[in-house]
Write a protein that binds this ligand. Sequence first.
Ligand code: ATP
Length: 676
Amino acid sequence: MTKPGPANEPPQGAKDTDAEISDAERELYGGRLRYDQVYVQHEGPLIRLSFAHMAAALPRMMGMVLRTGRQSDRRALAGVVIAQLGQGVTSAWGLVAVNGALTELFADGPTGHKLRDALPSLLVLGMAAVAAALLSAWSTAMSGRLEPQVERAVSGRYYAAVTGVELEATERPEVQRQLEAGKFGTDSARSMLRLSVGVGNVLIAMIAAAGVLAALHWTLLPMLLAIALPKGWGAVRSARREYVSRLHWVDHRRAIASLLAYLTRPHAAGEIRVHAAGTKLLAGYEEMSRQTEAEQRRLARAQAATDLVAGAFAGLASLSCYGLLWWLLTSGGLPLAVGGTAVIAIRTSTARLTSLVQQVNRLYEELLFLTDTETAIEVAAEHAIPPAGTALPPAVDRVRVQDVSFTYPGADSPALKGASVTVRRGEVTALVGANGSGKTTLTKVLAGLLLPAEGQVWWESEDGARVELREARRCDIFASVGLLAQDFPRWEMTAAANVAIGAGDRPRDMGRIREAAQDAHVLPLIESLPHGWDSIVFKGYERGVQLSGGQWQKVGTARSLYRRAPFLLVDEPTSALDPHAEIAAFEGLWSLAGQGHAVVLVTHRLAATANADRIYVLEQGRVVEEGTHTELMAHQDGVYRGMYIAQAAQFGLAATAATALPAARRPSAPVEEGLV
Ligand SMILES: Nc1ncnc2c1ncn2[C@@H]1O[C@H](COP(=O)(O)OP(=O)(O)OP(=O)(O)O)[C@@H](O)[C@H]1O
């Protein structure tokens, strides 16, 4: 997952000044391209970026990563920890050996004797170096084994959590934004583990050096700290600035990415060229990118200033420390060998400090992203579809929607207002009505995807047993439903996968895939492709092919048929089909009803609904008419009759049942599969 890179920062504290919005954004998006209006999501992490919060959060998050590591591969984690501690010990051991060797070398006497006396310490120094190299290699091997497992564990938790969230919750901007933000931290656990190893390594080595220095002379420890503090301050300040900038410019970057995506999207290719839409988008991209570049320049300048200040203070501290060391040596307060060891320790520690600061800097950043992921997982859990519930009665034969109302989060008016419909197996139930009248929303309620705020949805069997949607075990409902949504997903996968994914919880059955494709009238097309079922139904890949809108609709139909669920909900299944294909598709639906399926058909093609067993007419979320075609046509001023006559008139036909599409019926047969 690519994280939103650093972009801009408005003047400190400002959030939405007009100056930040480019003319292009204003023209194309009417301002910022935002998922919601509330800039709350990152306020928490921003506050946590203060020193106190960082200190408090870091051990917790490292603990979390280590816990995940332990759950993923206990042995590898133990290996990493032991290797790190071992390196700290070897580092201290090395310094003690250096001090020993220097003591011998600075002693009085002939050089040959001094070298001989220093030999044991030099040998220990060599052994410490070999041990450090071995431990470092071991640590690399173990963390390399652990990192991908930790990433998989966190990503798995995140994606499992977000895909189990109630659909209604995902419509709420604040939930959606939190879930979305979590995406950027899925690889942070891996990075944090790597950085934690690096930080741990340096910290342990520094603690070892500090211990040895303190043992040699107490003044050496404050010297080390005096050099460390300014550098730490600079790093933390830089991290905070970058993060604030990224947060404030995330919408801007999203707008740029959206523009660029359009430029290469095949379905926009025509208008990009003919309407000069490409010229407009490219000009917008240029302008918005320049703005981003200006922000990056500003950040770089601010960063350089911080580095200068931090460097100046660290330099001053170093100067004072070496001055103090000089004075101690000349006044006889410190033996020359200890002075030498101190210089080596301070120099190596300062070098390590820079890398420590850099790694801690990045660790904080990853921590914030990981916090977002953890928050997303918590939010997802709060809004999760309950895994438990009452099992559906055996042989459910109808779904009864009773006085149901539903309002989308943030919407001014309800999409459904006291709607009641009954969907029976063995029948085709048509939902008709003007655009926005609530048909799709009603199918989502029937599918168990949306829980109505008022009213009940009963899943009933013939013998009177019934379970209400809220109490039902939702996976039972999902297992009973096949969907063909208006905007069904077009997976960038093989043709076979595009059908088989209709029953993702079952092993692939090529025989049934072919059958479903045959029933959806797409089998000859797929089998005539150069790579047949292995063709990727997207251009731009090897074995890739481009399907037309109508061909895609047939693939979508095949997918919903492959599921073999007793309740089939199809929303505008023929909108892209040619007249013959449309007739064949409707015949297929009627034949499914004849086999015992409940078919819920949402369509504006009233010629097809004329043969439905029951038609519900929706208007502004209410069911305003209900009955068979003949019954509804008998209402002189009826909504259905009005729509039907208008459609028939387009063909210059009188509105009679003869204008209806043919409906095929086969003898009833039990549905082969399904829970009910
Ligand atoms: N995700 C959503 N968030 C907010 N409002 C929505 C959402 N989806 C639909 N609506 C609103 O709910 C109402 C009913 O929409 P729905 O999609 O159910 O209508 P429809 O009858 O299927 O329309 P169409 O014939 O155009 O497909 C409309 O006013 C629509 O704007």
